[in-house]
Write a protein that binds this ligand. Structure first.
Ligand code: NAD
Length: 403
């Protein structure tokens, strides 16, 4: 059996869980694992012990291994694009975790490197493979929603605990929240929406405006949970608690993204698709009071059996996945996105999330930062495909193709 030979960089929480999934795949061989922290690199070595990988704290040593075909980047946001560029220049394909870019130019550099080297770079956006997002895509593709006019999505996740103890937990979010004010995590919701609206496949995002609320959640949390940490309590938190971004697409659709990670809340990606003949909305009525269990109210007209609907309109990817009873993190979506990457490369296919998607989704972060800094001014979103989005053919693939 042909095996995809991998090197893994970044073994924090995410890197470890993704390595667990990869280490169980028969057609994958992990030749090296790396983290700047020795204990984490060693943990990765244990997870991948079947393949007896090189364990290192220096990522250069991973990239220089000739037999490695693809580099998996599970590091913190800041290093995604630099590492991906270095890996592609060394002749490796890249699978990269989600996150926004830091500068628009970095997105152009990423695309240019992929074009010059002929290597593939796929953002491993697992939410593109979620059962409900794919069900809606299936319905839209069958025309059941009519013409899609408007989509919404969000990253609503109360991360105050993770952020506030970032300096102690060796986590990157705290330093980002102190220094930047932007839509810092757009891709979980934007990825599936972009696939539904055929962004980079006949459509594209042309402009955005972003607005940030004031910033109160983290400061209040620091005061409560880290009362002796004067430096943190006195620090200015740049990141607004809620950032709302409106994107206009060339074909006329609007997309609204909401980032809400520093106030009480329940997890939601707010996935909403509204067409002329149908609509889907993830969120129901939610009521939260800190210290009490979240409560919801089900509307009378919606007490029908949603589960049957999901089965009836299930996307073929999920029909196959449920039949094979595979597992693998976040209810299966980690497995599915990794299979798309692994089988795509082993079969020498064009990957379903390509470097143009990756750049278009990541650029929302620096562009939102510019818009917020300029009083919510509209900012142009570039076309990274050089006009190719109008008529693309290379994305036709097999089972795991999302184009
Ligand atoms: N798709 C998902 O569902 C999902 C879930 C969680 C996290 N993530 C993403 O995964 C990534 C990692 O998140 P995390 O929570 O594991 O973060 P983390 O901070 O716990 O881990 C990141 C690790 O990368 C290492 N690292 C950074 N730069 C490095 C370099 N140059 N060389 C070697 N190691 C380096 C750090 O030492 C750290 O251990 C982020 O992009 C995050 O957004 C995705």
């Amino acid at each position: 059996m042909d095996k995809l030979k991998l090197g893994i960089i970044g073994l924090g929480g995410r890197g470890q869980s993704m390595t667990h999934v990869l280490a169980r795949m028969k057609d994958v061989e992990i030749l090296a694992v790396c983290d700047e922290y020795k204990d984490r690199a060693e943990k990765g070595g244990k997870i991948a012990r079947r393949d007896n990988p090189l364990i290192t704290t220096d990522y250069h040593k991973v990239i220089e291994i000739a037999e490695i075909q693809a580099i998996m980047i599970f590091t913190s946001w800041e290093s995604h694009i630099p590492l991906a560029i270095e890996a592609m220049k060394a002749g490796k394909d890249v699978g990269m975790e989600v996150g926004g870019a830091y500068a628009l130019q970095d997105c152009f550099d990423l695309v240019k490197t992929a074009e010059e080297t002929g290597k593939q770079c796929m953002m491993l956006e697992n939410c593109c493979y979620d059962r409900f997002e794919l069900m809606v895509k299936n319905l839209v593709d069958q025309g059941k929603f009519g013409t899609v006019v408007h989509c919404e999505g969000g990253y609503c996740h109360d991360l105050r605990g993770e952020i506030a103890f970032g300096d102690k937990n060796r986590h990157y979010r705290l330093r980002n929240y102190l220094k930047r004010n932007c839509e810092n995590y757009p891709t979980h919701e934007l990825g599936p929406i972009a696939k539904i609206l055929k962004i980079n496949d006949g459509n594209r995002m042309v402009s955005l405006t972003s607005t940030a609320s004031k910033s109160c959640g983290l400061h209040e949390y620091f005061t409560l949970k880290r009362p002796n940490d004067k430096e943190l309590i006195d620090a200015e938190v740049k990141q607004g608690d809620v950032v709302t971004t409106t994107i206009k697409c060339e074909n006329g659709e609007t997309i609204v993204l909401t980032l809400n990670t520093t106030l009480p809340g329940v997890y939601s990606r707010k996935f909403t698709v509204n067409g002329t003949k149908g609509m889907y909305r993830e969120d129901g009525d939610v009521f939260i009071l800190e210290g009490e269990k979240p409560r919801g109210f089900i509307r009378r007209e919606m007490k029908m059996k949603g589960k049957n609907h999901v089965r009836r309109y299930e996307h073929p990817i999920w029909v196959k996945y449920r039949r094979e009873r595979k597992k693998g993190g976040h209810g299966g979506i980690d497995y599915l996105v990794l299979r798309a990457f692994v089988t795509g490369l082993l079969e020498n296919r064009y990957l379903p999330i390509d470097v143009y998607d990756t750049a278009a989704w990541m650029c929302i972060t620096p562009l939102s930062e510019i818009s917020i800094a300029n009083g919510s001014q509209p900012v142009e979103i570039p076309d990274f495909t050089h006009g190719m989005y109008k008529n693309r053919t290379e994305r036709n693939g097999g089972m795991y193709d999302l184009s």
